[in-house]
Design a protein around this ligand. Structure first.
Ligand SMILES: Nc1ncnc2c1ncn2[C@@H]1O[C@H](COP(=O)(O)OP(=O)(O)OP(=O)(O)O)[C@@H](O)[C@H]1O
Ligand SMILES: [Mg+2]
Length: 220
């Protein structure tokens, strides 16, 4: 379970130019939920995801993950929490173009330690996402939908319990976007993963179990 209590995030561009990106946000997310995060551009959605995924720390407030208070942790311990619990899918896929598909998916394994059956695990994951035949293809040769599947495979390879996805269908046409959403639904239902997904698309959001609406740094 994720519990945010009075979380604020202030970006200091300069002393006179502060951005209050999150304002005393309170949010509880049960394990095994699938939620959409919606709100206008600049409302704080990515900031929220970054804090949830321990990529960034809040300026104020408390964050409890499975009953552990995270604000007390140093950078190294926070990185361990991040690697253990979270998988990230970003909008522009962030694949390494000159790597083959397999090597892209392996990246989190190389960071996190457990290297047993690396190759088999990667192939199994690609198979689950329907792109096993692309394993030895270079990333730059893939279509948008294929790239997003590789990014999802990479997010899942360390078996995180929470997937954080920032507009995972934003760059895809409607049909491919729906296919990607179906993958998330399947992972959620079959593997009990928590899915938190930023989207601007009502049709996508409606298929989640709930919607977190954020506006000007506040949750409604
Ligand atoms: N690193 C940063 N430094 C300074 N300001 C930032 C930084 N990151 C975000 N902001 C500001 O914080 C506010 C929230 O940004 P955020 O990226 O969370 O919005 P968003 O809801 O994800 O928007 P979009 O839908 O456009 O991706 C914005 O005003 C943005 O300009
Ligand atoms: Mg954003």
């Amino acid at each position: 379970m994720i519990e945010l209590h009075n979380i604020s995030k202030i970006y200091n561009k300069s002393k006179s130019n502060q951005v209050n990106a999150l304002k005393e946000v309170n949010l509880t997310i049960e394990s095994n939920s699938m939620l959409a995060i919606m709100g206008p551009s600049g409302s704080g959605k990515s900031t929220l995801l970054n804090i949830l995924g321990c990529l960034d720390v809040p300026t104020k407030g408390t964050y409890k993950l499975h009953n552990q208070e995270l604000q007390a942790l140093n950078q190294k311990k926070l990185a361990r929490v991040r690697n253990q619990h979270f998988g990230f899918v970003v909008q522009d896929f962030a694949l390494i173009e000159e790597y083959k598909v397999m090597k892209n998916v392996e990246i989190p394994i190389l960071y996190s330690g457990d290297k047993t059956n690396k190759k088999e695990r990667v192939l199994e994951m690609l198979d689950m996402l329907g792109i096993k035949d692309k394993a030895t293809e270079y990333a730059y040769n893939l279509s948008g939908g294929q790239r997003q599947r590789v990014a999802i495979a990479r997010a899942l390879i360390n078996n995180p319990d929470v997937i954080l996805a920032d507009e995972p269908t934003g760059a895809l046409d409607q049909k491919t976007g729906q296919q990607v959403l179906d993958i998330f639904k399947r992972i959620h239902q079959e593997q009990n993963k928590t899915i938190l997904m930023v989207t601007h698309d009502e049709r996508i959001a409606k298929q989640c179990e709930g919607i977190v609406n954020i506006e000007d740094g506040e949750i409604y």
